[in-house]
Design a protein around this ligand. Sequence first.
Ligand code: NDP
Ligand code: GDR
Length: 337
Amino acid sequence: MAKSALITGITGQDGSYLAELLLNKGYEVHGIVRRSSSFNTERLDDIYQDPHDANRRLFLHFGDLNDGVTLINLLRDINPDEVYNLGAQSHVRVSFDQPVFTGDVTGLAAMRLLEAVRAARVRTKIYQASSSEMFGATPPPQNERTPFYPRSPYGAAKVYAYWATRNYREAYDLFAVNGILFNHESPRRGATFVTRKVTRAVARIRAGLQDKLYMGNLDAVRDWGYAPEYVEGMWRMLQAPQPDDYVLATNTAYSVKDFVRLAFEHVGLEWEKYVEYDARYKRPTEVDALIGDYSKANSELGWEPKVLTPDLVRIMVDADIQLLEDERTGRRVRLDR
Ligand code: NDP
Ligand code: GDR
């Protein structure tokens, strides 16, 4: 019998890569999609299967992490082997504008999902998308033993979800794990996160469609990896003999300024001529430096990142240049290929 998985946040960056990975491994994949007045399944275009296809293995269900009854019903009907909780209000800056909403969907909803698993009486493994933002102000390098010190409503919500997951593992003997993932990016990254904002702007400036790029704090240091490799790590965590928590990272450090410089250099432009400061992108409290020590995932799961930040920059800039070209020539627009 093929394994089955339920993914919350399937329409997001990670959800779309994870769905592809699991389909390639032969899984039946179920995803929860929020009803929207416009299409929100663009990242799933390449794997979408017609509901009339008798052999289809991708199923999309309307639902919302804030709607616990629907979660229980879906879990009972699907009875998945694995649940990946990737859904969230995932933007750190936005979490300062919508702190209570973020607490609900990014924090409390993890508990809602865990309770739904108990209420539906399904025996499933559960992956919780925890974040390096939980470490916040604690200096690098950070690993599974590093104390949390969140610096945003988003970070605080993720800490709650982390502990809910650990508590349910210990209290109810659930196979529930936290993947503590450092920033990971791709051509499918949301356009308001810093990497994609920069690579889109570089492609547009190169094409003469934009003159300036307005940015916030250029001094923050991040550990940027490649999203397709990170979803493989999520899957490996659920295949481990025992449930445990793991950091996924590259253990390298680049500042936002480094990323900007590398992206402009890739197309032969000097970043200083185009980039200007705008205070609206500053955060009331910033996370200065995140650099992850992934040695536990390496030794226990055999997981290792191959694409490091300079390669990631090239992949993302090239994809955004291609995207513009597709739009210009009227070809089918694809987020990556
Ligand atoms: P995205 O922002 O790209 O995707 C978030 C997903 O959550 C989308 O599918 C979104 O749906 C969905 N979602 C939002 N609100 C709800 C809701 N109320 N009910 C159901 N679904 C909802 O995030 P990523 O793919 O980048 O990240 C995946 C997860 O990993 C998130 O939990 C994030 O916080 C976490 N994370 C991400 C890291 C990264 O660097 N990318 C690092 C560490 C953790 P819609 O498309 O309709 O908006
Ligand atoms: P982050 O990602 O907050 O690390 O959270 P983001 O790309 O938003 O910011 C990274 C750093 O860049 C600085 N910055 C800017 N950020 C944005 N978005 N826009 C700007 O114009 C800008 N200028 C400077 C930020 O201040 C910050 O220091 C991401 C999300 O995916 C979370 O969901 C995830 O948990 C963490 O990564 C790990």
